[in-house]
Design a protein around this ligand. Structure first.
Ligand SMILES: *Cc1c(COP(=O)(O)O)cnc(C)c1O
Length: 349
């Protein structure tokens, strides 16, 4: 096997969904965000596992993603599209029964003209200034929009991963001001908001990263293990170097293993000389720069050279890799490369 093997534990994804579902009252539904190919893990397989676990409402970023999720799930579950109803989306929305979250008066008009019978929701901006109708815009069209019976009113928190940030309470108050008394089901929280407590839960939550084992859901079960096969190993004398730029130099007689995987596979070059790969529970430091397709690793302390080394797994989560590359677990997940062989494990149940 020449490529890295990305093991994806569907049972752990289902368990994380159940744990996040249990964090809110039974009256609060728990959706599932499967945008960006389910954060790089495969939207079809992941959405089916989540549907088996009990998820009934799925969220994607754009209509094309919604069409793919619909093909995987078949009729029944609701598939909501954060980018709403964009120019040219009508055939996808109607053919695949998607539910756009309308972001502006333009989108509302477009939707009601093109697909008057197709369910929709409305996204409101409560301070993030990214997507959704602003207060004045909403005030102007709320009456018309509500008369067409939207299925959801939603907004998104900018700072939910920082529980003490004053923006959270500010956005909560604004969301209430915009939606109290409408009688329409409401949704404010992604993974971080669920952890802020019941005030933030409303009728439906929308976890994404927590399902996939990422922070801020600290109790998440790990979902991915990434094993990189060793191509070859060699002995180095003290003073010899490894990799581009000679940034790692042997201080003792060393054994360097070269593994398949590099920055073209989403293993950021910033990880150079900064993190470990793992042989079971033995850490082996990266020795030198991460290159496009290969990484050199110091395996001197292992009794023998293994056939592969793990860069993600129970010893090192996506957020650890994120910290090593000055980024976040979300980016590590969504950067996981196309060249890995993806192996799905643990049927949901
Ligand atoms: C991505 C996204 C989510 C999921 O967020 P996580 O932090 O991954 O749980 C929920 N809602 C919106 C609007 C999003 O863009």
């Amino acid at each position: 096997m020449a490529s890295g093997i990305l093991h994806i534990d569907l049972a752990a994804i289902a368990a994380n969904w159940r744990a996040l579902d249990a964090a809110s009252e039974p009256a609060t539904q728990t959706g599932a965000v499967v945008k960006a190919n389910a954060y790089g893990l495969g939207a079809g397989r992941v959405a089916r596992a989540l549907a088996e676990a009990g998820a009934r409402r799925f969220f994607v970023a754009m209509a094309e993603e919604g069409a793919a999720v619909r093909k995987a799930l078949g009729p029944g579950p609701q598939i909501c599209v954060f980018s709403g109803h964009m120019q040219g989306d009508a055939p996808l929305i109607s053919d695949h029964d998607l539910t756009p979250m309308l972001n502006s008066v333009d989108q509302l008009t477009r939707h009601l003209e093109a697909l008057p019978d197709q369910p929709f929701g409305i996204q409101l901006d409560t301070g993030m200034n990214r997507l959704g109708m602003e207060r004045a815009e909403w005030a102007a069209v709320a009456e018309i929009a509500l008369s067409r019976r939207p299925v959801l009113l939603m907004s998104h928190l900018a700072c939910a991963d920082e529980p003490d940030h004053p923006m959270n309470a500010h956005q909560l108050a604004e969301f209430r001001a915009l939606t109290d008394g409408t009688g329409v089901p409401r949704s404010l929280s992604a993974t971080g908001g669920i952890l802020l407590g019941p005030d933030y839960h409303f009728d439906l939550t929308r976890p994404g990263v927590g399902l996939y084992g990422g922070l801020p859901f600290e109790q998440a079960q790990p979902v991915v293990r990434l094993a990189l096969p060793v191509v070859q190993a060699r002995a180095l004398e003290p003073g010899e170097s490894a990799g581009y730029g000679c940034t790692w130099v042997a201080k003792r007689p060393s054994v360097i293993a070269t593994v398949v995987g590099g920055y073209a596979d989403g293993l950021h070059r910033a990880l150079s000389n900064r993190i470990h790969l793992w042989a079971g529970d033995v850490p082996c430091p990266i020795a030198g720069r991460v290159s496009m397709d290969l990484i050199t690793v110091d395996v001197t302390d292992l009794p023998e050279v293994p056939t592969s080394l793990d860069i993600l797994g129970p010893q090192q989560f996506v957020d650890d890799l994120g910290a090593g590359a000055d980024t976040i677990g979300y980016e590590v997940l969504t950067a996981l490369g196309a060249r890995y062989t993806r192996r799905y494990e643990g049927a949901a149940g």
